[in-house]
Ligand binder design. Structure first.
Ligand code: 13P
Length: 280
């Protein structure tokens, strides 16, 4: 069933586990994730970046595809369709109008007051349609930034203030994680993570889940993380297998065979993440 993220994340916060957010890139990935999560009988968040939306053809294409797969594959678990890193109010509104059940407004590049203003406008629009909203504070860098590159960690007082002023449903505070691969060990600020969790009632989100060792993920969950975003790890898993397949089968050009040669690895990675996140 297509749902917003509210109940699934509040339950995760209360029972100390994390709901996986897997980014989708095409029909096949969406299908593999849904099939595997249905098999495991766990809730899932399908994250879609603006780039992936553009690649797949648009907001309505993505929303219609997900709804159709839920129907035709008889998916009965809770599934949330979430805009990942919405960069503008317009983008979030488009996702809401197209039938997404959750949006992230990432106004973290602006100063705090501007971030609040933009986020609040998205919340006011989204909540009218029962769509949940995630916001970001501080700055989560990309792999190109390295571990201690241009990340700016979130500050406790600012997190409390933003949550109070915007009425968001979940918060992504930048606390040392990065998108993509880490150079060396991730250096997460667990102390601030715990303080934020104890000071606000809404669930916390950890971006940049790829490459964070299991013991750190466990610690993050203990410190109150209720949703963990994974993108690169699925891409690498899929790419490793597809590369082998192409090298071994030079004459197989049927795209169904080529693309699906990464299916098992994607599903195996999903299984591992669900175990690590202790998803219920
Ligand atoms: P990774 O690509 O590092 O897994 O991060 C995913 C993410 O945070 C998407 O928002």
């Amino acid at each position: 069933m297509l749902v917003n993220s509210k109940e699934m994340l509040l339950k995760a916060k209360k029972e100390h586990y994390a709901v996986p957010h897997f980014n989708i890139n095409n029909l096949e990935w969406t299908k593999y994730i849904l099939e595997e999560m249905q098999h495991l009988q766990k809730p899932v968040i399908l994250g879609v970046s603006e780039g992936a939306i553009k690649y797949m053809g648009g907001y309505t294409v993505v929303s219609s595809m997900v709804k159709a797969l839920l129907q035709d594959l008889n998916i009965t678990i809770d599934v949330c369709l979430h805009l990942d890193h919405g960069s503008s109010i317009e983008s979030c509104k488009k996702a809401v109008d197209a039938g997404f059940t959750s949006v992230m407004i990432d106004a973290s590049k602006y100063n705090l007051e501007e971030n609040i203003k933009i986020t609040k406008e998205v919340v006011d629009y989204a909540h009218l349609k029962d769509v949940t909203v995630e916001a970001e504070i501080g700055h989560i860098g990309g792999s190109e930034d390295g571990v201690s590159g241009n990340n700016t960690n979130a500050k406790l007082e600012e997190c409390i203030y933003l949550v109070e002023k915007t009425n968001i449903d979940s918060l992504s505070p930048a606390l040392g994680s990065v998108h993509g691969l880490y150079k060396g060990q991730p250096n997460l600020d667990f102390k601030t993570m715990k303080e934020i969790n104890e000071s606000i009632k809404i669930p916390l989100v950890l971006h940049g889940g790829t490459g964070i060792p299991d013991y750190q993920l466990q610690k993050a969950i203990e410190c109150g993380i209720s949703k963990i975003n994974i993108n690169t790890e699925l891409q690498i898993a899929w790419h490793n297998d597809i590369k082998q397949f192409i090298l071994k089968n030079e004459n197989i050009y049927d795209p169904r065979k080529v693309i699906s040669s990464g299916e098992n690895k994607i599903k195996e990675t999903i299984d591992n993440k669900v175990k690590e996140f202790k998803t219920k």
